[in-house]
Design a protein around this ligand. Sequence first.
Ligand code: MSP
Length: 659
Amino acid sequence: MRELREKCVMGVRLMNADRFYVTTPIYYVNDKPHIGHAYTTMLADTLARSHRLMGHDTWFLTGTDEHGQKVQEAAQKRGVPEQAHVDELVLRFQELWTRLEITHDDFIRTTQPRHSRIVQKILQDLFDRGEIYKADYKGLYDVKSETFITEKDLPDGCTVDNLPDYVKEIEESNYFFRMSNYQDWLIKHIEENPEFIQPEFRRNETLGFLRKELSDLCISRPKSRLAWGIELPFDEDYVTYVWFDALVNYISAVGYGSDDEAFARRWPCSVHLIGKDILTTHTVYWPTMLKAMGVEMPKTIFAHGWWLVKGGKMSKSDGNVVDPLDYADRFGVDALRYFLMAEMSLGQDASFTEEAFIKRYNSDLVNDLGNLNSRVLKMVHTHCDSKVPQASADAFAEEQAVQLWSKVQQAVEEAEKQLEALRPDLGVAAVLEAIREANRYIGSRAPWKQAKEEDKQPLYDTLVVAMESLRVCSALLWPVMPAKMEALRSMLGAPATEAEPADLRRSGVLVPGTDLPAAEGLFPRYQPPKTESKPQPKAPKGKTEGVVDIAECSFDDFAKLQLRVAEIKAAEKVEGADKLLKLQLDLNGEARQIIAGIAKHYAPEDLPGKRIVIIANLAPATIRGVESRGMLLAASKGKKKLTLITTDDPDFASGAKVG
Ligand code: MSP
């Protein structure tokens, strides 16, 4: 058992194989929770449930980030005290997590005294040891992101003499943390510990960032500008910079500075799950802060990609923010959890579309899993007196049963391996493969024919092999769809979760003669509400002279395309493909890579700076092993001439809509 547990340990190499501590970012309390927040939290929940299932001492922390300018402004606008404001807003997160079956062990809020006390203790200690010093600062301050910036961070067309309204030039004294002292140490730590930042391309991104000289980190804000924060213990005129406050949650919640025993049990953290948007704060600020405190490093910081809508970021102004409750209400919480875990290749961005959701729901859950379950259980209730039938001794030795059971065992191996690689999407795919195999098994064993034979043993064998396969698959899918899998397991006469991890690898676990409750459909088929569609005008028959006959495209179809201006930042040849160039683009602050067949017409060095037009929401494709997200527009004359569609009008900066 112990050997098995150790083998099962995932991903993140644990200090002690039986211990697992996972965190999500603490979310800005002012934001309305959306699908992105729900994703990180569900991912952490899936990992935590898997570890608990394996008997590991598991701790799962989430929470809210409640200080800062935006909270202060929102509270003032409403005319309520800040604390009352955040006490009200935090409920949106807490209620959502309950609804989404999130099993966090602790929920930390940065306004809780158990947190602010520790932040102050750390600040005092660092100040006493000279790690924090006071200095004058003159420069640019971005009010939107509450950070100091330099001239190169200004948007196109802006200069120090022509600042956007959210950037202010300020001159003030502040406190700084000697982050620069730790630059060499951090590079070495990242290089020596490949699992520290994952996936690898994010690790390279941080190492790239560290190639430039690291400056010290401003960790204070004068109260005259921002009062809603944790007061510096050594200067009452200042509060703590929100990131210095927020990052400490990962240790203040598990006893740092207050309960040494609890802290030793939980820390170092096994995996900090974060989105790619907060890589620098977690892989540069946080490790250097810990180093200065003399605290061990977390084992892994894993940055996942973003959920995009129509190829772009979700934003309130575009009205395309996906509300997880909308999907939970229409399809059920477990279907939402399943979609999010199955659809995103961890590390990469993924597209959230209703079409993809419905497709996966109907094919994986309704047709494959739900159908298998109802076919098998209907036969058991009709022909086996609603009890687990007794299989013959060699039921699992029959040729088709061997084939199915080996697929089920492959799914067990794969699910464990992929959890280790933090790729739950691949684990889930392997389980679905086994479920499809079970459907093929039922199709070829035809139990409805076996039921007509006098000798019922072949029928019982078929049903038991299928039920045991379903039992193992339901255990593997339980961390993703806990409620539905518990319902399924109860229909099979199995305990809510696997009693022993070893049960995943053996048959004969269901007890013959067990009474089974009535079987219910697991996933009702989703029928989209009917909308009246206007008849499309027919394309004219025949050809008009000189005009190539093309099918008409409705305005609705055209409106699905998101045409945008993007700026080329870098270009290089794709190895082994003489027509292809790999372009790195900036799309309104978002980095994009696309592969384009323009190498015969443009030299890579001529491209940076050009503002081209791309289809931003084209489904991602892999071309010659390289991911391409989007397609550029060009006019061509046969194969000889090609010109990119560009704009040189500075008013149309990257991100501008075309159409
Ligand atoms: N408060 C900081 C984090 C402090 S942690 C010490 C913060 N909060 S946030 O509310 O903006 O949440 C950021 C996190 O939400 C991301 O890192 C990511 O985990 C999740 N997501 C937000 N939008 C997302 C998508 N569109 N897609 C996937 N996840 C994203 O930053």
